[in-house]
Design a protein around this ligand. Structure first.
Ligand code: PLP
Length: 404
């Protein structure tokens, strides 16, 4: 097929995206134009079951009336005023976050990487002479330079050096290694309680408790990056509640506003104390529409049993994946919490993702060979069964193809 012909057959949305945007994403050449519940519809009218949530973002699924109405109402009332002033939705959201968590204060920004940048700056100001941030291998904290320096994946830093100094990477889930790296220069230990991009790694028993002890003993802050595992995805509002270990600082983003861009840093009074006027800020942070959307997500958590559903559906998904793992030799193991689940294969995940997509299921693969399931927190057990059936067919088809 000539390039011209294939271009003609391509969706015009995909063609324009490829032609006019920077080529930094290895996008799947398709475009969704609408969604309802856990269904997405592409520009050819095909329906797909969403077990991806736009990378753990669309936590209430698509077309949620309460969320859409809250966004529309706030947009009609007031969209932006800047942090030169206070605004009602962000004040209310901050109060809700403080009253429901360990935190005394919240800083709002626009994304996960910005939340981590703010947390790093907070830790360095708090630490005074202490400036080192200890993080772990396989972690992902974002693409801006500070968060990238913190990220425990050297390949992502290639060509972007020099990196900001003071980031120490040690082996993940290795308490001794972390203990050895923490010293008088350590401002903070920064970890994802459940590692996401690195392959859905659940913390070993006692691991987070040990990190808490190490930080307390050495006078460093413990920062949890809950950008992916937080705000309901674990089945609790934040994953630290699931594990019973409280951080000093917590970074949140992704599903916080159900799809509107937002990030937040939750912190104790002590950790936040040095971020005084002039030290940090962002024009769009605390945006009224994004904060109204986050409040609508919280309202759905409170009134629609979303977290209870996440726990129930998460168990159902875990059981289905475990049963599949029993039946197939190309599955190493299934693991995860709530509706953040991974299935490690003995082979690359991407062909399975592509096959599933062609059969009407959206999911993704991370860390090369881990299939990742991040469905909306509202997914039903029937929909999970439908997804599992497609997954099994996709595994079967790609195993046969690979076997020749
Ligand atoms: N931290 C974690 C744990 C993440 O999973 C991600 C994104 O995948 C980020 C930070 C970066 O978030 P964002 O892409 O919103 O900057």
């Amino acid at each position: 097929m000539s390039e011209a012909t294939s271009d003609k057959e391509k969706s015009p949305i995909v063609s324009a995206t490829e032609r006019y945007t920077v080529g930094n994403y290895a996008r799947i050449p398709m475009a969704f134009v609408s969604g309802c519940g856990r269904r997405l519809y592409d520009d050819a009218g095909r329906a797909y079951l969403d077990m991806f949530s736009g990378l753990a973002v669309s936590s209430l699924g698509h077309g949620h009336a309460g969320l859409a109405n809250a966004i529309a109402a706030q947009a009609g009332k007031l969209i932006h005023t800047s942090n030169v002033f206070s605004n009602e939705p962000s004040a209310r959201l901050a109060r809700e976050m403080v009253e429901r968590t360990f935190a005394d204060r919240v800083f709002f920004c626009n994304s996960g990487t910005e939340a981590n940048e703010a947390a790093i700056k907070m830790a360095r100001r708090h630490g005074g002479e202490r400036y080192e941030i200890v993080t772990v291998s396989g972690s992902f904290h974002g693409r801006t330079l500070g968060s990238l320096a913190a990220t425990g994946q050297p390949s992502l830093r290639e060509g972007f050096g020099p990196m900001p100094e003071g980031f120490i990477h040690v082996e993940r889930c290795n308490v001794e290694a972390i203990e050895a790296a923490v010293g008088p220069k350590t401002a903070a230990v920064l970890v994802e309680p459940v590692i996401g991009e690195g392959g859905i790694i659940v913390p070993p028993e006692g691991y987070l408790e040990k990190l808490r002890e190490i930080c307390d003993r050495g006078g460093s802050l413990l920062i949890f990056d809950e950008v992916q595992c937080g705000w309901g995805r674990s089945g609790q509002l934040y994953a630290y509640m699931e594990f019973g270990v409280t951080p000093d600082v917590l970074c949140s983003a992704k599903g916080l506003a159900g799809g509107m861009p937002i990030g937040a840093v939750l912190a104790t009074d002590s950790a936040a104390a040095e971020l005084v006027p002039g030290t940090h800020g962002t024009t769009f942070g605390a945006n009224p529409v994004a904060c109204a959307a986050a409040l609508a997500v919280l309202e759905a958590f409170d009134t629609e049993g979303v977290l209870e559903n996440c726990r129930r559906a998460g168990q159902h998904l875990a059981a289905g994946l475990a049963a599949l793992a029993q039946r197939r030799e190309d599955i190493v193991e299934a693991r995860g919490v709530g509706l953040m689940r991974g299935m490690e294969l003995t082979r690359p995940g991407r062909p399975v993702v592509d096959a599933a997509l062609s059969m009407g299921l959206v999911m993704n693969a991370t860390a090369g060979n881990v299939l990742r399931f991040l469905p909306p927190l509202t997914i039903t057990t029937e929909e999970i069964d439908e997804g599992l059936a497609i997954l099994e067919r996709a595994l079967e088809q790609t195993a046969t193809e690979e076997g020749g």
